[in-house]
Design a protein around this ligand. Structure first.
Ligand code: ATP
Length: 560
């Protein structure tokens, strides 16, 4: 019955008359001129209405309320071009309506609020918020209190805020404390803070389900609580890849309207070391070395990544390794099909249907995952070995402002697969070309020393000493690195003196910004294990109402 909710009347905005219509799903207002002709219409999906207030109300940059009898104010999502970024900025649109009578005003506010409840079932009412006061430029607290909290208040969301006092406090809280009554968890910080929340929530969910996370054959339970990310770190890659912009107001609005974006997660199993989870980058070689080097220069702040990146590039190291992987179904998608995983992605939606576990469904992805780790499935594993400049695995495109298309531009957020990128030993110029292509639209995989595979699981181990020597002779047993091996050696010995007298024989794994304590690992991708308050990157074509009334957005821009 409520889906048929409909109200129509004349309303005024300033001194202009409008015909306003609320159907179940949309709230439209059309300017009517003196001759009763319809002029332009503004249409807002009810699901994107942020709040409805009696009187003439302003929220940002400061709350002000003028209590009037016949007015009401509607706040809603308004899209704007983000300039440089791939996605769209969301801003708080605001329109103040005047009614001919108080009765009509009360009817409008009542109908709009009822429509909101009916059409946005996933809107959070209670949130647990963790703020890292030291993330990025140390502006987490200010960002939350000046830009996010007023929006949550307007939307009627109550939040319990914890400003962290130490690393891993948020993770431990989620693992040990009662979180009953919360609809979601919000982190105000960077990728490291997100990773804490991810570990805490996945761990808690498995504990509650009585499952052993370390068992590689176990199908992990998806987390019931959503995660919201308010970007306030020095690296906000997960936010950028799932929203398309790094902007606290945009992220807050996605949380408020209860957007829901499933996300694949990679579990990283290491003998004798704790289980880790990764969503954005699991990298051995170049990316591991950068992280290890940058840890020595934390005093430099975010600049340490540039410094360490340059140094590690100059060192031109490569490492021997054995990589094994289980390929994903190539019919569904490929890392080189030049598609982009955007909001409403059809590849991810197809997988969503297959991921819903049905006890009788022999074709479900859960079932096929389990079979991966039984002894009779060894035949599915493909093995490559040799010397690699880097080995990377990512569950998403892992884009960021510097690399708007990311590590793997056609990777999907929620298709139950990851992209394995193998960069064989090569000369410094070749590797520079590979790195440079991440900043442009050129295909970084179209190089003779690069391979990319869409996979469901990966194993990595070190070869025995004798095999390693063999790789040194020929530059790798597989791939295109061989012919470059001799010229390579000269370059290596010249450049490595920049940072160390002798190149190390092993690198480390960079697991979403954390160094893993071991090199031999087994990784498995879990389809749609968590859900974010996001909707994936919106196509720029969705920009429909941003040229309207941009007046209210300028002060928000200044604050962000
Ligand atoms: N109060 C705290 N004191 C010290 N460290 C903290 C605190 N709260 C969280 N952390 C840790 O700080 C690390 C970095 O946080 P975050 O990701 O928010 O910022 P960042 O600037 O993007 O990080 P990075 O230094 O990794 O680039 C996280 O791994 C988190 O565990």
């Amino acid at each position: 019955m409520e889906a048929d909710l409909r109200l129509e009347s004349s309303l005024f905005v300033g001194n202009k008359r409008y015909r306003a219509v609320l159907t179940g799903w949309h709230f439209n207002w059309t300017e009517v001129d003196k001759k009763n002709r319809d002029r332009k219409t503004i249409s807002v999906p009810v699901a994107e209405v942020v709040g409805v207030e009696e009187g003439r109300v302003e929220i940002l940059p400061k709350k002000s309320v003028e209590s009037t009898e016949k007015d009401f104010t509607v706040f809603y999502v308004k899209r704007c071009s983000s300039g440089g970024s791939y996605g769209l900025l969301w801003r708080l649109g605001r329109t103040q309506f005047s009614c001919p009578s108080r009765v009509l005003r009360d009817q409008w506010t009542k109908y709009l609020r009822t429509a909101l409840k009916t059409h946005s079932p996933l809107r959070p009412l209670r949130l647990l918020v963790f703020i890292n006061p030291f993330g990025g430029k140390k502006r987490g607290r200010k960002i939350y209190h000046s830009l996010v909290a007023p929006l949550f208040e307007l939307a009627g969301i109550s939040s319990h805020v914890i400003v962290t006092e130490r690393a891993n406090q948020a993770r431990d809280h989620l693992l040990k404390k009662d979180v009953t009554g919360f609809d979601g968890v919000v982190c105000v910080g960077g990728d490291g803070m997100f990773s804490e929340i991810l570990h805490g929530l996945i761990g808690r969910t498995q504990q509650e389900a009585g499952l052993c996370e370390n068992d590689t054959a176990v199908t992990l339970q998806p987390c019931p609580l959503h995660i919201g990310i308010i970007p306030a770190g020095s690296t906000d890659c997960v936010c950028y890849t799932t929203v398309g912009v790094i902007d606290p107001v945009t992220s807050a609005l996605h949380i408020i309207i209860g957007d829901s974006q499933p996300l694949d997660v990679c579990s990283v199993h290491q003998d004798s070391a704790p289980l880790r989870y990764s969503v954005s980058l699991l990298g051995y070689g170049f990316y591991g070395d950068i992280l290890a080097e940058s840890e020595k220069h934390r005093w430099m702040g975010p600049l340490r990544y540039d410094y360490s990146g340059t140094l590690m590039y100059l060192c031109n190291r490569s490492y021997a390794g054995i990589v094994q992987y289980v390929p994903a179904d190539p019919v569904l998608s490929s890392p080189r099909d030049r598609t982009r995983c955007l909001s409403g992605c059809s590849v991810c939606s197809r997988i969503t249907e297959r991921l819903i576990p049905h006890p009788s469904d022999s074709g479900s992805m859960y079932r096929s995952h389990n079979s991966l780790f039984s002894s009779d499935s060894e035949g599915e594993w493909v093995t490559v070995e040799g010397r690699f400049r880097c080995v990377s695995l990512t569950c998403m495109s892992s884009s960021c402002p510097r690399s708007p298309l990311g590590l793997s531009p056609s990777a999907h957020l929620a298709d139950g697969t990851g992209d394995l990128i193998l960069v064989w030993e090569t000369n410094p110029l070749g590797f520079l070309k590979f790195l440079y292509r991440h900043t442009s639209t050129q295909d970084q995989f179209d190089l003779p020393f690069v391979e990319v595979h869409r996979v469901k699981a990966v194993r990595f181990s070190l070869p025995c000493a004798k095999k390693k020597e063999g790789y040194e002779e020929i530059g790798g047993l597989n791939g295109a690195g061989r012919e470059m091996a001799n010229e390579q050696k000269t370059a290596n010995s010249f450049l490595c003196g920049v940072c160390c007298s002798k190149a190390p024989t092993e690198s480390v794994w960079n697991c979403d910004g954390e160094i893993l304590p071991v090199t031999a690992i087994l990784c498995r991708i879990h389809g749609q294990l968590v859900r974010l308050y996001a909707r994936g990157i919106e196509d720029g074509a969705a920009l429909h109402n941003c040229s309207e009334e941009n007046d209210r957005t300028s002060h928000v821009d200044r604050l962000t």
